[in-house]
Design a protein around this ligand. Structure first.
Ligand code: NAP
Ligand code: GCO
Length: 264
């Protein structure tokens, strides 16, 4: 019988006070997992804890910047002491800076790479030893359309998410023999605070041009919701995917398959 249950498993979801991370952590909890999460400020961790409580989920939250290896190692040690060893890691925390490349500072470029690529490396490195000892583990990296495609103003983000795709494949290659599966989820365009600027209603009441663009590029003709990612995350976190490794599962409503709707 196919096992989608996460009963008895401990999942860490990074950057999960709200947005996609929160939706994924909720999904794992509803599938039976115990959930812990982090955010970069106590204020956001507290807001996240209230949100989980409102959903009837007894999560634990930790203040931790995923780019700071000392903070990550301390957080993982505290989780192992307080809750247990991590069976499932979702590397979700991430930022984007939308700046034309020729106007982007090296510092801004580095910050996006640091959070979106170095962060997943640091957190995965911190949890893999315990997974090796236990003889199983699931690592899910939240990639992007920009793991495959480019567009104006997102050079740093595309470089990071392209790198994250290859980091996913390399972790899968290096640790598959320890029964650790590492896969990615590549969300399409999802309605969260990160994409809110792309969906703002214009002064004249019309849709944001990018909003209309994405609708035309998506066969499903809608933006995704964080909940659209829940089932794929439970699948990749469960034993049902024990022979799926090094795969990026695009959950994009069909964007990557579609040339786009012909303008009328
Ligand atoms: P979001 O609404 O901006 O949430 C990002 C989360 O990451 C926030 O909780 C944020 O915390 C946290 N975070 C940022 N920097 C951090 C750091 N250094 N350490 C720890 N936590 C940090 O983004 P989202 O739309 O939910 O996206 C979540 C993930 O999905 C990201 O990796 C994003 O690239 C990816 N993604 C999003 C879409 C989309 O269309 N929305 C599509 C594809 C992929 P604070 O709020 O405290 O800063
Ligand atoms: C952008 C968007 C995208 C989404 C997502 C698409 O400015 O193009 O923010 O990058 O966040 O990554 O998969």
């Amino acid at each position: 019988m196919v096992n989608f249950s996460l009963e008895g498993k401990l999942a860490l979801v990074t950057g999960a006070s709200y947005g996609i991370g929160f939706a994924l952590a909720k999904a794992l909890a509803h599938a039976g997992a115990k959930v812990v999460f982090n955010d970069i400020s106590q204020e956001m961790v507290d807001k996240g804890l209230e949100a989980y409580k409102a959903e009837g989920i007894e999560a634990k939250g930790y203040v931790c910047d995923v780019t700071a290896e000392d903070q990550v190692n301390a957080m993982v040690a505290q989780i192992e002491k307080e809750v247990g060893t991590i069976d499932i890691l979702i590397n979700n925390a991430g930022i984007i800076k939308r700046i034309p490349m020729h106007e982007m500072s090296a510092a801004d470029f580095r910050q996006v790479i640091d959070i979106d690529l170095n962060g997943p490396f640091i957190v995965a490195k911190a949890v893999i030893p315990s997974m090796m000892k236990k003889g199983h583990g699931k690592i899910i990296n939240i990639c992007s359309m920009m793991s495959e495609l480019g567009r104006e103003t997102v050079s740093a983000y595309a470089a990071a998410k392209g790198g994250l795709k290859m980091l996913t494949k390399n972790i899968a290659s290096e640790y598959g023999e320890f029964n650790i599966q590492c896969n990615g989820i590549g969300p399409g365009y999802i309605a969260t605070p990160q994409t809110a600027p792309l969906r703002e209603t214009q002064a004249d009441g019309s849709r944001h041009p990018f909003d209309s663009f994405i609708i035309a590029k998506t066969p499903a003709a809608r933006w995704g919701t964080p909940e659209d990612l829940a089932g794929p995350a439970v699948f990749l976190a469960s034993e049902a995917s024990n022979f799926v490794n090094g795969h990026i599962l695009y959950v994009d409503g069909g964007i990557l398959a579609y040339i786009g709707k012909q303008p009328k």
